[in-house]
Write a protein that binds this ligand. Structure first.
Ligand SMILES: [Fe+2]
Length: 164
């Protein structure tokens, strides 16, 4: 795959009017962990793919849209984590505490970003994307795959209609 991506960014022209132009990302700006994963668990797949799409939009937005996108990412992460935590509690999954601690750490990171933005600091959308993609990739390997495997196996033992 080509290591360069053309993307739209909003810049000011000499007349001080906003217009959309293309720029090229270099390889270091492309998050290496940015890819779709499949768990073969419908609810987890849907949530992860939506979250990945939001992360993919990070370098594309201007400063005004960044705050709106950050809010969407926070909301999506919160809902997605609550869903996984409900699955773990309902099934008495034994890694609940450690898995939830990982979720809480990311929510704290997102809160820090929101506070920094509210304090008037310039957002670093590409830096945030790299951080979130790295977290997501690691989290998926270490925590979400084992959970999805457990849920799939449990569903196959109990049959349809378990609701999870
Ligand atoms: Fe998770």
């Amino acid at each position: 795959m080509n290591s360069f991506i053309m993307m739209a960014v909003t810049m000011k022209s000499s007349e001080n009017t906003a217009k959309t132009v293309l720029r090229t990302l270099n390889a270091s700006e492309i998050a290496p962990g940015m890819r779709l994963q499949y768990y073969e668990h419908a609810a987890m797949d849907r949530a992860h793919h939506k979250f990945t799409a939001l992360l993919g939009a990070l370098p594309l937005v201007d400063k005004a849209a960044f705050s709106c996108l950050l809010e969407q990412i926070c909301q999506e992460a919160k809902e997605h984590f609550e869903q996984e935590e409900r699955f773990m509690l309902t099934t008495e999954f034994d890694q609940y505490k450690a898995h939830k601690a990982e979720h809480d750490a990311l929510l704290l990171l997102l809160d820090d970003q929101r506070n920094s933005l509210n304090a008037g600091h310039q957002p670093d959308a590409v830096g945030l994307q790299l951080k979130l993609c790295h977290w997501q990739d690691k989290h998926q390997q270490e925590w979400d795959y084992p959970l999805a495997d457990f849920l799939r196996c449990r569903a196959s033992w109990l049959g349809e209609g378990t609701g999870i």
